[in-house]
Ligand binder design. Structure first.
Ligand code: DGL
Length: 280
């Protein structure tokens, strides 16, 4: 069933879409959203002063995301918000939906499509330690794994390595290899054939992960499905003479407009790199 457009005047003005993550990882979702919806006005917000979310306790993370979101929603009045972070989505979505009357699109481990497509019935979920601990993730396995054996791998370092690599720091192949090794499981003649990228930072370094993988697998990136979901909420693509400019918020270091343009193909204008006060 297709949803009605989120805003009755969507044809008259570009809807404002807020894309949120703890850092650069949400850009792997954002690049797909930007491709799918050239008519939308995007704001990307990184709570990089709060990074990494994967290491935070659940109570702390709920409080943190709500505090940052309060400030963003008050300032931007977005038409929809995409939580481009598995660690936050698998925990905070119910609280966000209860608090605001705007639609929230989440990013959660793509266990269903991964298990449906696995031939060896051995699937690994590569995520942060927070995401692998969630009841929500356990429920996805219970409801959608079917005959698959699912191995959960919570990496403490991989999101940070991805951030470092994206900003141009040298990260050795061995460091990536050590983080993904537990996702490659061999049992008798059968072995893992599918790895779910269940942290939005990981698709940004997919070429590095493919290079060091012990054997080829199908890597499942949820971004296209999230873009389809947002697009169905927005309704038909409106004519846009040129893509709307992008605004970038961060609670820590200002985001690098050139890096973001390389990843998503949209440039923030001078004055649109906006610092935000981090919650205490
Ligand atoms: N990008 C985030 C995710 O999808 C997590 C990174 C972090 O630990 O902050 O889970």
């Amino acid at each position: 069933m297709s949803s009605p457009p989120i805003h009755p005047s969507a044809a008259l003005r570009a809807p404002t879409i807020l894309v949120f993550d703890s850092g650069l990882g949400g850009l792997s979702v954002f690049r797909e959203l930007a491709r799918t919806r050239p008519d939308a006005r995007f704001v990307y917000a990184a709570d990089d002063a709060g990074f990494p979310y994967g290491a935070r306790s659940e109570d702390d993370l709920v409080a943190r995301v709500l505090a940052v979101m309060d400030a963003l929603v008050a300032r931007l009045a977005p038409d929809a918000v995409v939580i481009a972070c598995n660690t936050a989505s698998t925990l905070v979505l119910p609280a966000l939906r209860a608090r605001y009357s705007i639609p929230f699109v989440g990013t959660v481990p793509a266990i269903k499509p991964a298990c449906e497509g696995s031939l060896t019935k051995q699937v690994s979920v590569l995520a942060t330690p927070g995401t692998v601990k969630r009841d929500y993730t356990q429920a996805l396995i219970r409801d959608f794994a079917g005959a698959c054996r699912v191995t959960l791998v919570g990496s403490t370092r991989l999101a940070g390595l991805a951030e470092a690599a994206m900003v141009g720091e040298k990260v050795a192949d061995e460091e990536f290899a050590a983080e993904i090794a537990p996702a490659f499981v061999r049992e008798g003649k059968s072995r893992t054939d599918t790895v779910v990228l269940a942290c939005t930072h990981y698709p940004l370094v997919l070429d590095r992960l493919q290079k060091v993988a012990p054997w080829p697998v199908r890597w499942v990136d949820p971004a296209p499905a999230i873009a389809r979901r947002l697009s169905s909420l927005l309704g038909p693509v409106a004519f846009a003479a040129s893509p709307a400019p992008l605004r970038l918020f961060s609670t820590g270091q200002p985001l690098d407009a050139a890096l973001i343009e390389r990843i998503v193909g949209r440039r923030a204008r001078a004055g649109e790199l906006v610092p935000m006060t981090a919650p205490a």
